[in-house]
Design a protein. Structure first.
Length: 235
């Protein structure tokens, strides 16, 4: 692995599934129980804010009861020990990566444990309910919404992500469906720029054909094994 210095890791719902956090697109997932257009768009929030806020209050409460799994801890170890550049980009809005020890990371779809004020544009840490319309900690206006990226909204910090991809020697996709853009396009962008590409997923994703190598199995197994391999002393 001596030629690998800079790594970009993309994670999706599959990395948190073994912690008991519902995925969205699998059979029996959240999108079979809730239509995206009802709870995950700006239009839905404008039309029925009570429903949208109640949905995210439920998700926020559930996430706080879950614990990081071996995949989160493995990536936390990689973060602590990898000597080169590393950026973990997650599509997940839980905080399990942080609780697993990861620091060099960003949430491109926002975070459940933040609230965003539509009046003053300030984001505040938030663990309680939003459905009862609490005041913004910064300005006092009752205009808080979940700090998550809904369908039709631009993901966060895309410039930083593309800058990291331009420097990456290795791009790794973990637990993603390969169905949601722009994240689904990262593998092709990284590959076109000369990076090696690796998929770690429970099963082949929609974009598996774009990866140089694919390893399939539970995230707790394949991610831990990959990190062990990356951090093993050179023989």
């Amino acid at each position: 692995m001596s030629s690998i210095r800079n790594i970009v890791v993309l994670t999706g719902a599959g990395v948190s599934a073994e912690s008991g956090i519902d995925t969205f697109r699998t059979e029996g997932g959240l999108w079979e129980r809730y239509k995206p257009e009802d709870v995950a768009t700006p239009e839905a929030f404008a039309r029925d804010p009570d429903l949208v806020l109640a949905f995210y209050d439920m998700r926020r409460a559930a996430i706080q009861e879950k614990q990081p799994n071996a995949a989160h801890f493995a990536l936390g170890r990689l973060d602590a020990e990898w000597p080169g550049e590393l950026l973990i980009v997650t599509q997940n809005i839980d905080d399990l990566h942080e609780r697993g020890g990861a620091k060099r990371m960003l949430h491109m779809h926002g975070q459940h444990l933040n609230a965003w004020c539509g009046a003053c544009d300030v984001r505040s840490p938030w663990t309680g309910l939003l459905a009862d319309r609490p005041p913004c900690p910064a300005c006092g206006t009752r205009a808080l919404r979940p700090d998550v990226v809904w369908f039709g909204e631009m993901p966060y910090r895309m410039d930083e992500i593309h800058a990291a991809l331009r420097k990456a020697d290795l791009f790794v996709s973990i637990g993603t469906s390969g169905a949601v853009y722009p994240a689904a396009g990262f593998v092709r962008g990284a590959r076109d720029l000369g990076a090696r590409t690796l998929e770690l997923n429970l099963e082949p994703s929609q974009g598996s054909r774009w990866f140089h190598e694919c390893r399939h199995g539970p995230a707790t197994e394949v991610v831990a094994a990959w990190v062990e391999e990356m951090l093993a002393p050179e023989r």
